[in-house]
Design a protein around this ligand. Structure first.
Ligand code: AGP
Length: 605
């Protein structure tokens, strides 16, 4: 989704903007632009396509500037619609993330007042509104402009009239201010600031920040001064580099043993069979009062919620539901104050998830977050929660965050379970087994060459069916999503038992099935489903538990995973799904880290 970077200090702004925008490339974009000022002179460049150090950039001098990567919403993908946008006199420059919902009415009004528009975007109205209200104070003009606006925004504005400042503001879209020595930054995402500073402030919704080279000042949209504390980001720069991996996605897949260790650290006590998540901010008494748990999320995070549902129902017998955030906001909310809502979001900035969270909070229901990004909107605006500590996930296709989310949910299931149903021995077994997961994931990663070879055999198929039952049904869904996202090959997933109720009609020798069938409580039933496919000459790639050698005569290909507890299988079975999708996409030459049409964090509803 769109990205923002702004800089003010002593260095060449355009270099920092381009570097920052490149760090935000993973969010997805279709065009980009920067504007910078020196000696009150404004220069800019806007382009469709990927950011490159083109000749145009050399002429963009100055020590203050703003830049943007655009993911088109209003108006097609073109140079004129790329940000920054300007007022009529090109004195005011704006970059914007979000959507101005009442832009059509505002534009009509501004045109009737004589303003000339150059683009089809909603954003351009902001530049003209600032021009309209400017009376010697840029911050005040931005504030007055924003009072007219409905919708969401993270913006950065600068002006040749006041070339020593950037004004940034936020409502419903992410925004962060980076604090340096004699230089300051603004960005939509901390990743852009990593090489420059770890000190940041997080403005809240309806706040404006005036940023100069040596300070900042924050006010509300009602012009009341607010104090925002400077905080430290603890991510290490090295984590956002690709090192020797061809893609971030592959690097992130291989980081997963460490991701599980990070998520478990200090939270599980195997000798006692206990787990404790301090960030929940809930006492055992409060936890015991929970009668229902509702997971709210989108995409991969939704599938993590599905795994969480199975885990918590299994360990603690608390009824759970999983809701698409994009649907929940538009239906009646039929749970109450005995319910606990868990919003799951890697980025903590997904607009649908934030909107659903706010709607639930409005009803006085407790909401906790499971997120990877410290300081994200969800992390800040929930009543507590769990950080998965997976480090920055750059590849658009989520991998390590999913494994981190499931690990956090397993810990939560253990904590709830030990308060309720689980015996000491059962708790001990889960805790001990959780600790062994990293080395078991490593054993699967060590088979990556074999999975790459298998990927080569399936490369030319245009359709895939992914099947699993119980804990592995969400993994079938996740496997199909991964393949679709990065290879653009059609894949769909079903609970294996549902296959005979319709999708079986698709099966022939050209429609392979990926069966996720570890040796567990539903093994025999799933094998019967596999027989139904075999009888129709469908090719089968099976993921099963090591030692299950008999299957080799029935299926076309097998990937073995180490044995574990049934509830923890998803932490292992998802690894071959990720690698299979990765290698098929790589062999097809896809843009794996930035697949077409996708954005890393979807910040529009
Ligand atoms: C996963 O590979 C996706 N790109 C996407 O489904 C993602 O999981 C979804 O948009 C939710 O994102 P979040 O976890 O940052 O909220």
């Amino acid at each position: 989704m769109c990205g923002i970077v702004g800089y003010i200090g002593g260095k060449k702004a355009s270099s920092i903007l381009v570097d920052g925008l490149k760090r935000l490339e993973y969010r997805g974009y279709d065009s980009w632009g920067i504007a910078a000022m020196g000696n009150k002179k404004l220069s800019y460049a806007k382009k469709v396509g990927r950011i490159s150090q083109s000749g145009d950039l050399a002429k963009i001098g100055g020590n203050i500037g703003i830049g943007h990567t655009r993911w088109a919403t209003h108006g097609g993908v073109s140079n004129k619609n790329a940000h920054p946008h300007f007022d009529c006199s090109k004195k005011f420059v704006v970059v914007h993330n979000g959507i101005i919902e009442n832009f059509a009415g505002l534009k009509k009004q501004l045109i009737s007042e004589g303003h000339k528009f150059e683009s089809d975007t909603d954003t351009e109205v902001l530049a003209h509104l600032v021009e309209k209200y400017y009376d010697g104070d840029l911050k005040e003009a931005v504030r007055r402009a924003l009072l007219e606006v409905d919708g969401t925004y993270g913006i950065a504005v600068m002006s040749t009239m006041e070339p020593d400042k950037i004004v940034a503001a936020k409502h419903g879209s992410p925004l962060i201010i980076g604090i340096g020595d004699d230089e300051n930054f603004v960005a939509s995402d901390a990743t852009a600031l990593m090489p420059y500073t770890k000190k940041v402030i997080y403005p809240e919704d309806n706040e404006l920040v005036e940023i100069t080279k040596d300070g900042f000042c924050t006010v509300t949209i009602d012009d009341k001064k607010v104090d925002r504390k400077v905080q430290e980001i603890d991510w290490e720069q090295g984590l956002a580099e690709k090192n020797d991996y061809p893609h971030f996605m592959l690097k992130e897949i291989f980081e997963q043993p460490q991701v599980v260790r990070n998520a478990l650290a200090g939270r599980v006590i195997p000798t006692e069979g206990l787990a404790h998540l301090g960030g929940l901010n809930m006492s055992p008494e409060e936890l015991l009062k929970v009668k229902r748990i509702v997971f709210v999320a989108c995409g991969t995070a939704y599938y993590a919620g599905m795994v969480g549902k199975y885990m918590i129902e299994e360990c603690a017998s608390i009824p759970c539901e999983v809701e698409f955030a994009s649907e929940l906001r538009y239906k009646r909310i039929l749970f109450d104050k005995d319910s606990l809502v868990l919003v799951v979001s890697q980025s903590g900035e997904t607009a649908d998830t934030i909107a659903a969270m706010k709607e639930i909070q409005r009803k006085g229901i407790k909401v906790l977050g499971i997120s990877n990004v410290v300081g994200s909107t969800i992390a800040r605006e929930t009543d507590g929660g769990v950080f998965i500590h997976a480090g920055p996930e750059i590849g658009v296709a989520s991998t390590k965050a999913f494994v981190g989310q499931i690990t956090a949910l397993a810990i939560l299931a253990l904590e709830f379970g030990r308060l309720k149903n689980l015996s000491f021995m059962e708790g001990k077994r889960i805790a001990e087994e959780l600790k062994k997961i990293p080395e078991k994931i490593q054993k699967i990663l060590d088979q990556s060459d074999k999975i790459e070879e298998i990927a080569g055999k399936y490369l030319n198929h245009d359709n895939f069916l992914y099947l699993g039952r119980r804990f592995n049904f969400p993994i079938a869904l996740e496997g199909a999503l991964k393949l679709k996202e990065i290879s653009y090959v059609h894949a769909e997933a079903y609970s294996a038992g549902e296959m005979k109720h319709g999708p079986i009609a698709l099966i022939d020798e050209n429609f392979p099935s990926i069966f996720i069938v570890p040796k567990d409580s539903v093994y025999d039933k799933t094998i019967s489903n596999m027989e139904e496919i075999r009888a129709r000459k469908g090719k089968i790639l099976m993921v099963t538990t090591e030692g299950n050698l008999d299957v080799e005569k029935y299926v076309d290909d097998v990937v073995y995973i180490p044995e574990t507890l049934e509830m923890l299988e998803p932490l292992l079975t998802v690894i071959p799904m990720q690698l299979l999708a990765y290698y098929i996409a790589a062999m097809k030459g896809r843009d794996i880290d930035k697949p077409r049409n996708l954005a890393k964090s979807v910040t529009v509803e």
